[in-house]
Design a protein around this ligand. Structure first.
Ligand code: GLU
Length: 462
């Protein structure tokens, strides 16, 4: 059975690269009916925090990447690493080394001077030390692996040198814990970022020393920004949860992340999660760097917003944007979303396009005021509009529309002569969704108030 894992170190939030790694592992497990394990690699106590571990779990949950086993925390497995370290000592496959930092530096310098490999030269191998750092006894030769997504890799063992498995304070190193766990958890495929390529020969050497069956390794391409430099904060948020806060939908995020290094033969762009699971294949992962294009992600998010249930979008807006949502308690967010769903790319854009719904006072730019409101007759039209709308018993879209159209007929003017200035005083804009719907959503009280506020402006204009 395919068994894969996501093994983040909880030293920060779940970033875009980590989420892509988690997603590819998850997709592979779901595609093959295999198992997806979550393992938190928290042995670096100085840099690991519980908050970061929680942030990673939250990010995974938000993306909907459920795990079949775990989360395993390596801190709770220290006795296991100890046991395997001892086994390697007993079998004479690892040894303690007491070389000081200065000695090691000196060794390195000498090796480099004579053009030799700079790995540890193994001088403590046969000393029979009982303490110090624990090093793996590396056999002569080469370590070779065939990457799932790339070519063959071959490493000269003498360049690697007898590396450290356990530090002198007794804490195991990443390569050791990772290999022990991958072995014990029967991981069949290790899919991770290509920054781990130099670790792979070391882990293979540990596998071999422990007599474990090695997994296949596949290293995912680097993620770059559109300027082709490694993805960083300069290119936008790198934390997955920041995307949640910015009003991205998890379905869009998953769809977008899936395309960072993977595609189908026909270059399809939009995939539901079910479709991704069905079509995902390791064979179509590329080795070239993937480019994270914010514009494309925003476009994709817009597509998902358009298709989404407005009720769900409203609850996201209210949950994810708490300070704003509190102020807007009485505002019919769901109805407002319906008005803008087809044209926004991220949810907070409803606050830009529909700002007039969310604040009690609106701002009317001077040029719009001048162009539309200071025309002859507008003041009279607005006065009458206010009177008509004020007296309506019902304040829904069609009642408002009928009242305005009747008024236009009665005064012998075009409906547009009423609608244009009304739009300006209600929204501060020349363009908006249908004004009758807008008025209905604003409610009678606010509509009447805004027309009155418009008069004040007209007074100052004239
Ligand atoms: N804990 C490692 C990291 O977060 C990943 C280890 C692995 O996938 O092998 O970079």
């Amino acid at each position: 059975m395919v068994t894969v894992r996501f093994a983040p170190s909880p030293t920060g939030y779940l970033h875009v690269g980590g989420a892509r790694t988690a997603l590819f592992n998850w997709l592979y497990a779901r595609n093959t009916g295999g198992k997806f394990i979550l393992r938190i690699e928290d042995t670096d106590v100085k840099r690991s925090t519980q908050a970061a571990a929680q942030a990673i779990l939250d990010g995974m949950k938000w993306l909907g990447l459920d795990w079949d086993e775990g989360p395993y925390f390596q801190q709770a497995r220290l006795h296991i690493y100890q046991e395997y370290a001892q086994k390697l000592v007993d079998e004479d496959k690892a040894y303690y080394c007491t070389c000081s930092v200065d000695e090691l530096d000196e060794q390195k310098k000498q090796a480099m001077n004579i053009g030799r490999a700079a790995g540890y030269d193994g001088r403590c191998r046969n000393k029979g030390e009982k303490q110090g750092v624990l090093r793996l006894k590396i056999p002569e030769g080469n370590t070779i692996f065939h990457d799932l997504f790339r070519d063959r890799f071959e490493f000269d063992n003498s360049l690697i040198g007898d590396f450290i498995l356990v530090r002198s304070d007794g804490t195991p190193t990443y390569n050791f814990t990772c290999a022990v766990d991958d072995g014990l958890m029967d991981i069949t495929h290790v899919i991770r970022g290509d920054d781990h390529i130099p670790n792979t020969p070391k882990q293979l050497l540990i596998f071999s020393a422990l007599g474990f069956n090695p997994p296949r390794f596949g290293h995912l391409p680097l993620i770059l920004g559109t300027d082709k430099s490694p993805l960083s904060k300069r290119h936008g948020a790198v934390s997955v949860m920041a995307y949640q806060e910015q009003g991205f939908l998890p379905e869009a995020m998953v769809n977008y992340l899936a395309l960072l290094g993977w595609s189908t033969t026909d270059s399809q762009q939009l995939f539901s999660k079910e479709e991704l699971i069905k079509k995902f294949s390791l064979k179509r992962i590329v080795k070239n760097p993937a480019v994270f294009d914010m514009e494309k992600l925003q476009w994709m998010n817009g597509v998902y917003i358009k298709q989404a249930n407005p009720k769900e979008l409203a609850s996201i807006v209210q949950n994810c944007l708490p300070q704003r949502a509190q102020r807007e308690e009485k505002i019919p967010v769901e109805e407002i979303i319906k008005l803008y769903q087809g044209r926004i790319r991220v949810l907070p854009e409803i606050y830009e396009f529909g700002d007039f719904f969310f604040s009690s006072k609106i701002h009317i730019p001077e040029e719009i005021c001048h162009e539309i409101l200071s025309k002859d007759g507008v003041k009279e039209i607005l006065t009458e509009t206010k009177r008509v709308l004020e007296t309506l018993k019902m304040f829904d879209h069609s009642t408002i529309e009928e009242a305005i159209r009747t008024m236009a007929e009665r005064l012998g003017i075009k409906a547009g002569d009423i609608i244009h200035p009304l739009r300006v005083v209600l929204t501060g804009k020349k363009v908006s969704p249908g004004i009758f719907e807008v008025a209905a959503l604003l409610g009678q009280e606010r509509v009447v108030q805004r027309i009155s506020d418009g008069f004040v402006l007209l007074q100052t204009e004239s």
